[in-house]
Design a protein around this ligand. Structure first.
Ligand code: 5GP
Length: 189
């Protein structure tokens, strides 16, 4: 029988990882999507235990100290986010197909501890499209936009570290491709 594997989905900021993982959570009950812990406060509509476990800074420290974080990172220089090791291990022990949607720093940590996992890079359809998504809102200064583009360049350069690339040209198509890379039939609810 095929060994259920852990799949990591990462990619540049603003590529639409969150949209793809939301689509998977809503449409593919066979995928066990890990719920991360974060020190970020909930946004309107976010539900504890569904979107994140919202924890205090000291609770997060405790989780790190006790070795409960499979990986963790400070994202966008602000809040901490991490994957809960015991929940992931329990899901894998039950034979579930586990998906982690995390940032690049986290993906690199998982690669250190679980090199046998399946690493999928979510890429923008093109550099121009990525520029449009990053600067499109027009709310940042020119300097901030340049910084974001520099970060995006560095993030795009990480693609060869991954086993597979999925292009996010269309959320539904990208989600289907990801699910088949997880070894599951692309069967939606
Ligand atoms: P947001 O605050 O918009 O929900 O997420 C911001 C970023 O945090 C996204 O790039 C997402 O991939 C990343 N992220 C969410 N959960 C985790 C996690 O458990 N570990 C790491 N390393 N990054 C995470």
């Amino acid at each position: 029988m095929r060994q259920p594997r852990l799949t990591v989905l990462a990619g540049p900021t603003a590529v639409g990882k969150g949209t793809v993982s939301t689509f998977i959570r809503d449409n593919y009950p066979e995928v066990w999507l890990s719920v991360s812990a974060t020190t970020r406060p909930p946004r309107p509509g976010e539900v504890e235990g569904v979107h994140y476990f919202f924890v205090s800074a000291s609770d997060f420290d405790q989780l790190v100290e006790s070795g409960e974080m499979l990986e963790w990172a400070v994202v966008h220089g602000r809040n901490r986010y991490g994957t809960l090791r015991s929940a992931v291990n329990a899901a894998m022990a039950e034979g579930k197909s586990v998906l982690l949607e995390i940032d690049l720093q986290g993906a690199r940590q998982v690669k250190e501890s679980m090199p046998e996992a399946n690493f999928v890079f979510l890429a923008p359809p093109s550099w121009d499209e990525m520029v449009r998504r990053l600067v499109g809102r027009g709310t940042e200064t020119e300097h901030e936009q340049q910084q974001r583009l520099e970060t995006a360049k560095l993030e795009l350069a990480a693609e060869p570290e991954f086993d597979h690339t999925v292009v996010n040209d269309n959320v539904q198509r990208a989600a289907d491709e990801l699910v088949s890379l997880m070894g599951l039939a692309a069967r939606r609810r």
